[in-house]
Design a protein around this ligand. Structure first.
Ligand SMILES: NC(=O)c1ccc[n+]([C@@H]2O[C@H](COP(=O)([O-])OP(=O)(O)OC[C@H]3O[C@@H](n4cnc5c(N)ncnc54)[C@H](OP(=O)(O)O)[C@@H]3O)[C@@H](O)[C@H]2O)c1
Length: 247
């Protein structure tokens, strides 16, 4: 029996991509995984796939922009498990049609608001709703999927590898999530809960595209490591495969 057996994790956007693989790897470690998807039928399919692989997976409908869904998931976890050990805020969108441009002069209010609704406001609202349940875990872990594209230090360096990728809505939403990580980690520093930002790498998913450098199995590793980190876990860090990124 795995040392992780008995733990419960919720992964948002877990019907495909990095989220599905994160759920798979946590499940392989013995964690019961709640598969969050905004389309319940997609959550059902993903949970069935993982169950067929021997993983303890449960489908939950969760659109992170829906207060009703967030409250329903919190009530479901409360009544069925009484606590939550791991929250992986993985769901994310890029509504600007790519990354390799600078749209600071043209990005629309609709793109900004839609992106922030999912990538930032949803993360904060869901996390706050679940915090009472995470506090009941002996060692709660919150993993926020951000991106190297949220790094202001790198964006302000014209020579950096991301200098040409300035999709403002996506990038600023990830910078905002990084701020949430730092603020929440500080707020919870005297508890056993640890809060960190994960950059998965440039990964071959629907979002990352076929030209990305990393396979999905590796793209999940940063999230999984932070979700399963022990008492020596970092808190308020911004990491890719264990290495810190500049804020
Ligand atoms: N791939 C990369 O290279 C890369 C790099 C850096 C960071 N990231 C971050 O890693 C995370 C996962 O990305 P990915 O590459 O796996 O993307 P993906 O394949 O496009 O998957 C995104 C997931 O988020 C879900 N989602 C979108 N809006 C949602 C909402 N309102 N409520 C609930 N779920 C929602 C999607 O559901 P549907 O299937 O219903 O659309 C899907 O399950 C994202 O936060 C992304 O920003 C990715």
């Amino acid at each position: 029996m795995s040392t992780e057996t008995g733990k419960i994790a919720l992964i948002t956007g877990a019907n495909k991509g990095i989220g599905l693989e994160t759920a798979r790897q946590l499940g392989q470690a013995g964690v019961r995984v709640l598969i969050g998807a905004r389309d319940k039928s997609k959550a059902d399919v993903a949970a069935a796939t993982l169950k067929a692989e021997g993983i303890d997976a449960v489908a939950v409908k969760l659109d992170v922009t829906s207060t009703a869904d967030i409250q329903a998931v919190a009530a479901f976890i409360e009544s069925n498990y009484g606590h939550l050990d791991i929250l992986v805020n993985n769901a994310g969108i890029n509504s600007e049609g790519g990354f390799a441009f600078n749209n600071a002069e043209t990005v629309t209010q609709a793109e900004l608001r839609q992106t922030f609704d999912t990538n930032f406001f949803g993360v904060v609202e869901l996390t706050q709703a679940l915090l009472p349940l995470i506090r009941k875990s002996p060692a709660g872990r919150i993993v926020n999927l951000t991106s190297i594209l949220g790094s202001l230090t790198l964006h302000s360096d014209p020579a950096s590898v991301i200098a040409g990728s300035k999709a403002l809505a996506y990038n600023a939403s990830k910078t905002a999530v990084n701020a949430f990580t730092i603020h929440l980690a500080a707020a919870l520093k005297d508890t056993p809960i640890r809060v960190n930002s994960a950059h998965p790498g440039w990964v071959k998913t629907d979002m990352g595209g076929a030209g990305a450098m990393m396979e999905i199995v590796d793209g999940a590793k940063t999230s999984v490591a932070l979700a399963l980190a022990g008492a020596d876990s970092p808190n308020g860090a911004y990491l890719h495969l264990g290495r810190p990124l500049p804020w």
